[in-house]
Design a protein around this ligand. Structure first.
Ligand SMILES: [Fe+2]
Length: 368
């Protein structure tokens, strides 16, 4: 059997791993810490990182300027701060947006010719500052992927991935306890993102054995946990399972990539402010249904602990609509969204999604 699996990030998981990791100085003596602006209020991740750096006499600057759905401008702005500080490496702390910002800034900071107009043309072999990531949400899997998803301005803003062969984080420090402070809706949205990563990667055209292994393991740890959380149960085991699942989901899409639930969901986020996980989950039931018409999905259903595709859809919708109100988007907008989605990864699967399919799925999902 021919296969490949490129996952170069060193992963250290466990309670207290940020403080017990004692090799930060491997990457230099000056560190830029990138977070969202309210990070310090939510958990102790930033304080732990600062304490760990002090122990190794590493100079640092904290840059709390990562924004949700990071824009290209935010990347260029932060990279100039990192460059002025002469940072040897970057630590990104937070959810997907902060971690993606850290990875993108690591590229832009050492490639001074990059600007808002040409950043996506970066050479695939371009250098990048070393990056350490500390996740504080459970869902994105950004810790183990090379890509940074950025928002490109326009009448309809679009999401675009920035990545190089060198943009994997060197280290991922995974302490699930940082995710305990997430509000309920963020817990559910990010966990649904994990489910989407897993299912989309399992049935992706690019996915092979590793996407299926990682994807199914991600579903075993995430699906029942989300149902329990929605029914009011939450303890440390559940938080740990969701965090572990998010890393597995990241490894799954690292091998397989995403498909139409992500491509179509992006417009709900950029145009209607729908959190990423809810936006993708709005389409995952339709994705499973269509895939089940052309291949055996029994292993996936078993991993989720459900018997039929209908059960899968009922459970996903129960979780989704506990926290999210169905949109009612006009048809003209949906036409434009379908047009844009068709230029993305809608067909990274065994299906053959046409423009009309895409439009009909949008109408079914986004018209009440
Ligand atoms: Fe995602």
């Amino acid at each position: 059997m021919n296969f490949s699996n490129i996952s170069p990030t060193e992963i250290y998981a466990g309670v207290g791993c940020v403080l017990s990791f004692n090799d930060y100085s491997r990457f230099g003596s000056r560190c830029a810490i990138i977070t969202g602006k309210n990070m310090i209020n939510h958990n102790s991740a930033l304080q732990d990182v600062q304490s760990a750096l002090k122990k190794e006499n590493i100079q640092y600057i904290s840059i709390p300027k990562a924004i949700n759905n990071p824009s290209v401008k935010s990347i260029i702005d932060i990279s100039s701060i990192v460059r002025s500080f002469n940072a040897d490496f970057i630590i990104g702390i937070g959810g997907g947006s902060s971690m993606d910002t850290a990875k993108a800034v690591a590229i832009a900071a050492v490639n001074e010719d990059l600007n808002e107009n040409n950043i996506f043309s970066v050479d695939l072999f371009a250098h990048s500052l070393p990056v350490i990531l500390v996740g504080t949400t459970a869902g994105t899997g950004s810790e183990v992927m090379p890509s940074a998803v950025l928002t490109v301005d326009g009448i309809i803003p679009i999401k675009k991935s920035l990545k190089t062969h060198n943009s994997y984080a060197q280290i991922a420090l995974c302490d699930y306890t940082y995710s305990s402070s997430m509000p309920d809706s963020v817990t559910v949205s990010t966990a649904l993102d994990t489910v989407c990563h897993a299912v989309e990667a399992i049935y992706s055209k690019r996915g092979g054995i590793w996407a299926r292994i990682f994807g199914h393991e991600a579903l075993k740890y995430s699906f029942k946990s989300i149902l329990s959380f929605t029914n009011g149960i939450c303890d440390n085991d559940l938080r740990e399972n969701l965090y572990f699942a998010s890393i597995l989901g990241g490894l799954a899409i690292n091998n397989g990539g995403t498909s139409f639930p992500h491509s179509m969901g992006y417009m709900l986020t950029t145009m209607h402010g729908v959190p990423h996980g809810f936006a993708c989950a709005a389409f995952i039931g339709e994705f499973m249904y269509r895939v089940s018409q052309i291949c055996d999905v029994s292993e996936t259903l078993t991993a989720c602990g459900v018997k039929t595709v209908d059960d899968f859809i009922i459970e996903i919708n129960h979780v989704l609509f506990t926290y999210f109100t169905k949109l009612n988007i006009d048809e003209m907008s949906l036409h434009k969204y379908a047009d844009l989605a068709m230029k993305m990864n809608v067909n990274n699967n065994y299906l053959n999604i046409t423009f009309n399919d895409c439009l009909n799925i949008y109408k079914k999902t986004c018209r009440s």
